[in-house]
Design a protein around this ligand. Structure first.
Ligand code: GLA
Length: 395
């Protein structure tokens, strides 16, 4: 064959291959997990770094005996500070002083109670608590988590230098998928790189803000009061849905920094926002009020509504607000919120909810667990200071 002939043969065989390689990659598919917002318990808000395998075992036991499991809570997640140093092969290890019997035994213990088990790492070189991060060890760590029986990974964003958020979270997302084990991926990047714009097929939930502070309102270093977090959720509802949720951070209900009324508002607003419900209190020392809030089946049903549509603030009149969330049955979950220092009347009109004025709606109060007389056009009721009235309106 002369040179020309050789070139023709090359073009004939290799051009189609080269052309095929230029095809755009198929869109990334979701991992199919968390079709409703995940529910569980996480160690951080109460115990921070003061964590141990005994406390995690107790939390699993209490999740069952307190009725939280029956109410829908499923994941027991250890947050930061469980890690020891990496071993000679670069494998992640548990801090032996806190977890003497190891993570596998702990995961087995949690699974034996019909619950799922979660763990924490960080996209950078170290976690926020200064333990080894997963940077450069993503596939190795994912395989180790899968071998331990991990069902949920919270992945933080400290000590990342100039790392790019999207590619860092994609790497761990891919690594988790490569294990073949279904692992919910909880991205904790605090909303800095606006993950709601790019992460719907990367993670199952993503933090939208800095850390929650167990206070009604205000700021503390990197933390925000509960109402400040709520304000930052406005405008994000269209980015959340089944399998990919906005995460306004874990619950503080029962941790002591807010009143019972304020915790009721916190829990109602999280349900309205289709937020993950990760309890963050000491389950072994729960007051009856805390338990009543965390297990309110009617509010949880709103959070877990199968339509998976996050609620929005539809009216703001100074300290008085109306939030509305469309539900699968065509109804609405409505939160009437009073942020002021005195009891006030709050009104919702059907137009605020996208209904015709003349429609007669069935009204149910989700904290009183009571049907109210059907209403047409609007509904008005007194709401306690820093409180909510949460309603289900329907047909
Ligand atoms: C960050 C996260 C918190 C918690 C701590 C652990 O601040 O946002 O939720 O995980 O790190 O160090």
């Amino acid at each position: 064959m002369n040179n020309r002939g050789f070139l023709a043969v090359c073009l004939f065989f290799f051009l189609p291959v080269a052309h095929a390689q230029e095809k755009p990659e198929p869109p990334r598919t979701a991992n199919g997990l968390s079709l409703t917002p995940p529910m569980g318990w996480n160690s951080w808000n109460k115990f921070a770094c003061n964590i141990s395998e005994d406390k995690v075992r107790q939390a699993a036991d209490q999740m069952v005996s307190s009725g939280l499991k029956t109410a829908g809570y499923e994941y027991i997640v250890i947050d930061d500070c469980w890690q020891g140093e990496r071993d000679a092969d670069g494998q992640t290890t548990a801090d032996k002083s806190k977890f003497p019997t190891g993570i596998k035994a702990l995961a087995d213990y949690v699974h034996a109670r019909g619950l799922k088990f979660g763990i924490y790492s960080d996209a950078g070189t170290k976690t926020c608590g200064g333990r080894p991060g997963s940077r450069g060890h993503e596939y190795q760590d994912a395989l180790q988590y899968a071998a331990w029986g991990v069902d949920y990974l919270k992945y933080d964003w400290c000590n990342v230098g100039t790392q790019d958020a999207k590619s860092s979270y994609l790497t761990m997302s891919d690594a988790l998928r490569a294990t073949g084990r279904p692992i919910v991926f909880s991205m904790c990047e605090w909303g800095t790189a606006k993950p709601w714009l790019w992460a719907s097929n990367v993670g199952n939930l993503w933090r939208t803000t800095g850390d929650i502070w167990d206070h009604w309102q205000g700021h503390k270093t990197y933390s925000l009061g509960m109402m400040d977090i709520v304000d930052l959720q406005v405008g994000l509802s269209s980015f959340s849905g089944p399998g990919h949720w906005n995460d306004p951070d874990m619950l503080e209900v029962g941790n002591g920094g807010m009143t019972t009324e304020e915790y009721r508002s916190h829990f109602s607003l999280w349900a309205e926002l289709a937020a993950p419900l990760m309890a963050g209190n000491d389950l072994s020392a729960m007051s009856p009020e805390t338990k009543e809030i965390l297990t309110n089946a009617e509010v949880i049903a709103v959070d877990q509504d199968a339509l998976g549509k996050q609620g929005d603030r539809v009216k703001k009149d100074g300290d008085l607000e109306v939030w509305s969330r469309p539900l699968k049955d065509g109804g609405r979950a409505v939160v009437l919120l009073n942020r002021s220092e005195t009891s006030r009347k709050v009104a919702v009109s059907w137009e605020d909810l996208g209904y015709p004025h003349s429609l007669k709606l069935h009204v149910r109060d989700l904290w009183q667990h009571k049907d109210l007389p059907p209403s047409a056009g609007e509904f008005e009721t007194p709401v306690a200071s820093h409180g909510v009235v949460m309603l289900r309106l329907g047909f």
